[in-house]
Design a binder for this molecule. Sequence first.
Ligand code: BMA
Length: 373
Amino acid sequence: MKPTKIRKYVTSLVLSCAFSASVSNLSAQQPVDMNATRETKVLYQTINSRRAKGISLGHQDALAYGHGWYKVKGRSDMKDATGKYPAVIGWEIGDIELGKAYNLDSVYFDDMRQYIVETQKRGGITTLSWHANNIVSGKNAWDCAQDSVVRSVLPNGSHHQKYLQWLDRTATFLLSLKDSQGNFIPVVLRPYHEHTGSWFWWGAKQCTAQEYKDLWKMTVDYFQQKHGIHHLLYCYSPSETESESHFLERYPGDEYVDLVAFDCYVPGNGTPEDIEKYKVAMAKNIAIVTQVAHKLKKIPTIGETGFEGVKDSAYFTQVVYPLVKEKGLAWILFWRNAYEKDKQNHYYIPFKGHPAAGDLREFSRKSDVFQLK
Ligand code: BMA
């Protein structure tokens, strides 16, 4: 080995030992739900033991559709490009609260359940986001015209009872996630996300910090106490924040959160300057989330990220990898590859034949990046 190589090896050994030590401190940690099922505790430990070795690769809606296709058994754009499935798959449950058969992106909940079962069998992890509709206006999650929607769903609010019905429907879906032995499949729930921004009805300009915390606690308490749901890990995931105190401004409390995360995308049109801004924002937010996680004994991860259209063919190896390497992050979840004809540029994972596909493959083959066969 050349001296430079030896130096690199020793440095990486020291770094990985340091971060394995900090991760192993967490092996005694448990889910915040005191009544968490055995499988949920196992999931918690699995996430920690995996992140001691590297970062898991995640993709939203990976099995349901991809760029230019919808519902093809066994297919995944990530698998097409890299030969393997994502280790983490995100699903979106928006519209479940309305009692619809499919979500806001037209994925049938019955199919989603099967994909979650399949992922569990493969040893993968499921995380759920929820773009819940605006209960006051009847419009979607992005309707921010009012600043009293959160207040209205809290106890004594005008829409409280109706919101509980929405939670009932969501709970019914969560309780339908079972393996072949009848055990609940544990999943990571990441509700009311990007709340430091102001583009959802639960956003920073739409409610006070206290109202946000109350909404979170009410939801968790209701799932646990009314529905006996004990197979969830809870993930708190603001959009980009400026500091630890900004990150924690709306944090509902240690007993309500298992994972801490953030969402951050390449801004604008993805010019080289935009990519530079992304690098700065990611580095800053990774530092915030890992520090918060370390102090509060939570698991840090990346809730959502990506570069729409992946316009840089070295994005994964040159931009993402140096940012996430040896940070102790559980996973990095790239957003969805839309199948819709009017959203052809809305994709975050290069598909087969895309100029960045080789780069994703190279990134995925790093010894500290995980996928599943
Ligand atoms: C957004 C976009 C939308 C989608 C929503 C929920 O970021 O991808 O097209 O409906 O997420 O999945």
